[in-house]
Each structure stands twice: as C-alpha cells, then as structure tokens.
Design a protein around this ligand. Sequence first.
Ligand code: SAM
Length: 300
Amino acid sequence: MEKGIPNFLYSKLEVLYNNELNSIISGYNSKRKVTFRVNTSKTTVLEIEEILKSNDIDFSLVPWYSEALIIENVCEEDIKKLSIYENGEIYLQSLSSMMPALVVNPLDGESILDMAASPGGKTTQMANLSNNMALIMACEKNKIRADRLKYNIEKQGSKRINVVVSDARKLDEFFSFDKILLDAPCSGSGTLNISDSKICEVFTEELVSRSVKVQKELLSKAISLLKVGGELVYSTCSILKEENEEVVNSVLTSGLEIVPIDENLFDGIPLLPVSIDGTICVCPTKLYEGFYIAKIRKIK
Ligand code: SAM
C-alpha cells in the first residue's frame, strides 16, 4: 500500500498497471506545473510570450499544441494576477484536458454537443479551434456550474455557443449532432490529490460505481443524439478501466466503430496500456493528469 492512496484504488491499479505502478505513484506525488491555453480569438501566442517575458516569467512550449504554454517559475496565483488572465486572453487548463477537443477537431458549420460542459475549458477551446464557426450546444446539469460556464464563455469571447442547463440524459432526441464531446463526470482517479487528508472519505468505491453508472447512461444517450457518420469523443480524467474501456465496450454495437486516435497527434505523451486499440490513456506525471480518450463513429 502507498501513503495517501486509498487501499482499494491501490489494489485496482496494481492489477491493471503492475509494470507502470511506480510511474503512476510518482505522478500522483508530483506537483504539476501551471499550464494554459492561449485564447487565439483575442490574442496571439507571440503576444502572450512577450508579456510573459516582460514579467520575468519563464515558459516552455508544448510539442503537440502550439497554443499551449507551460509555466516554469511561478504559481497559478501569480498568473491569475496578470491582465491576460483577467481579460480572458489565456485559459488555465491542464495539458491532458486540452487533448479531447483536438481529437474532436471541430470545423466551421458543424453542429457540436458538449454534453458535460462546465467550467467550459473544452467548450471554449472547441469554439477557438473552429474560429468560432462551429455551432456548439454546451449542456451542464448543475445550475451554479452552468453560470460558471456562461461566465467563462463570456470572458473568453467565444461565439455561437448555446448553453443548456439540463441533465444531458434527458435531452430531446429531436436534436442530432455532427460531433459530440462527452467529457464525462468521473472519479478523478487520474488527478488524485494524495496530499488531501480527506482523500479516503472523498475517493470511495461508491464514487467509482456511481460514476460508471452515469457514464454508461450518458454515453448511450450520446450515441442516440449522434448523426449517422458523426463522431463522438468520450473522455475522463480517470485511469480506471471500469470508467474507460469498460464503459466504451458496454455501448459498442455493430452500428459503431472505434476511430483510432492518430498517434502522431500527441507526440511524446506518457501513455498507459489500453485494452481497446486506438484509444489512449495518459499516465499521471508532473506535466500530465491521468486521462482517457476514445473516439467512436456511428456507421449506421
Ligand atoms: N468539460 C468540462 C471542461 O473541460 O471544462 C469539464 C466537465 S466535468 C469533468 C463534468 C461536468 O459534468 C460537471 O460540471 C458536472 O456538473 C456535469 N454533469 C454531471 N452529470 C451530468 C449530466 N447528467 N448531464 C450534464 N452534465 C452533467
């Protein structure tokens, strides 16, 4: 057993990832660097780099995403004091959570559903990636979190986003979408804060099984809202197979196929083994949160 990691989780990880267990634990123990995405609808990466330099803030680039920056020498609170944060020219976001929107690849004119959207990191990223030309419905069940989502959309100046405050499982099937992102509520086993003294009260087996139930229901609903030929991206910040591959397998039928995620898209990312080829599971490290991403196409 390992200090700070709930016993049941440790046992599960030991079975799932025996060879990678030490890397996962060292990832849990690392303090992650501050990272953010440049809001290219308001500014440019070059302008942000100049502002960081003039504030003596060291940064490095992300090989797979030119709009992401890694901060080397200051903490999140320092970044939040900058005007570029205040006026929405940057969005604080973990590197792993920037990946799903890139897999969605939202394009001009496409109808896109972001099923579990708040606080809106991926909603606003998808708007940016499409130059604010995709038509995005951002659904969020929790009213307070939906207000946060609206605030962030406003602050980022993202356009063509319709926020719907609803349980996504109850969305009217009158709707249909070209692409869907289901960034599902999850146990958070990929982002475990093991310095939290209350971790064993918060991170429980019950939390995992409750998450799995909702994930399966949301994913089934997503499939029914997807147009034939449309693509769906399922992601979680969990590294447990029961919340990832097992959820995906539970809905796969002959009408659906896995679309392999291009390995070259995320060059150099630390990966964990997966049981569905073409899906990816990111190992927690000092740069990355643990994360899972699968892409599914509806073929009939
Ligand atoms: N995609 C978000 C982002 O990038 O900023 C993070 C989403 S967070 C992992 C999951 C969100 O789903 C939470 O805000 C939660 O309130 C919401 N949620 C949970 N169950 C839901 C449901 N049945 N329908 C819609 N939203 C739901």
